[in-house]
Design a protein around this ligand. Structure first.
Ligand SMILES: *[C@@H]1O[C@H](CO)[C@@H](O)[C@H](O)[C@H]1NC(C)=O
Ligand SMILES: *[C@@H]1O[C@H](CO)[C@@H](O)[C@H](O)[C@H]1NC(C)=O
Ligand SMILES: *[C@@H]1O[C@H](CO)[C@@H](O)[C@H](O)[C@H]1NC(C)=O
Length: 227
């Protein structure tokens, strides 16, 4: 009798453990990555405007990427969890505005968003379901009006060159946090401002100082292309 009770207790504890304590979260924080469409397009590869037409002259979201503090990247964490556009119908117009695809051939974004969900989003699914995941990224973008922050510092998409240090300083002043900058090259090999990395806490709500600063290549001075 005592033995049976003991087993039941242990079993209950194990169940508790499974549901509350022992599930590893699968990530520590997010990289929130925005890209400048003018730099994506001004490459040898080029770009295609999505089916709704040319996106606004604005930064667009590349992704919200779970990351570990030991600098490993979880990816494709749940092969059974597929992107389902019907779960985010209410976010669709914001997605088209703020998370536009520029990949060729011209398409409606479904391919890009399902890639982002399946590779990255599934790794934070224990905290953010599909709707919360996409919404979290959209909300952060709205909170951080990156283009405005840069323009307020006199840094404009006018094909001129700007110092990366000045760009970082402007973002720090505008957001309170350090950003990392990634560049790419136009067909004549000029470095241009391509992506901006900020870090977000595991809840997907607030910017944080990056636990690991991503190392991305860039030149001291970069072009900010017209779009
Ligand atoms: C990084 O941390 C995660 C979570 O703690 C762990 O699963 C993974 O094996 C670690 N990777 C390395 C290379 O240490
Ligand atoms: C997007 O395009 C794909 C492939 O052409 C199509 O199957 C899907 O229904 C489209 N989705 C929307 C929301 O228009
Ligand atoms: C650019 O995006 C930000 C953040 O989503 C938004 O607040 C702003 O109105 C947009 N600016 C333009 C010119 O579209």
């Amino acid at each position: 009798m005592a033995k049976a009770t003991w087993f039941i207790l242990v079993e209950l504890l194990l169940l508790q453990c499974a549901s509350y304590f022992c599930i590893s979260q699968g990530y520590d924080f997010f990289y929130f990555v925005q890209m400048w469409p003018g730099s994506y397009c001004d490459t040898k590869r080029g770009c295609c405007y999505p089916s709704p037409g040319k996106p606004a002259t604005n930064f667009t979201i590349h992704g919200l990427w779970p990351h570990f503090k030991n600098n490993t990247v979880p990816s494709n964490c749940n092969e059974k969890s597929h992107y389902d556009g019907t779960k985010i119908l209410d976010l669709f117009s914001r997605m088209q505005q703020s998370w536009a695809t520029l990949a060729c051939p011209r398409n409606n974004g479904t391919r890009f968003w399902s890639h982002e969900w399946e590779k990255h989003g599934t790794c934070s699914e224990s905290v953010l379901d599909q709707h919360s995941y996409f919404e979290a990224a959209l909300n952060i973008k709205d909170k951080v009006n990156l283009l405005q922050i840069l323009e307020d510092a006199g840094i404009r998409p006018d094909d001129k060159f700007y110092k990366v240090e000045d760009i970082k300083e402007a973002i720090k002043a505008g957001t309170g946090y350090n950003a990392a900058i990634e560049c790419n090259s136009d067909p004549s090999r000029n470095a241009q401002l391509y992506q901006v990395y900020l870090c977000v806490d595991a809840s997907g709500k607030d910017l944080i100082e990056c636990p690991i600063i991503p190392r991305r290549k860039c030149n001291p001075s970069v072009q900010f292309p017209i779009f």
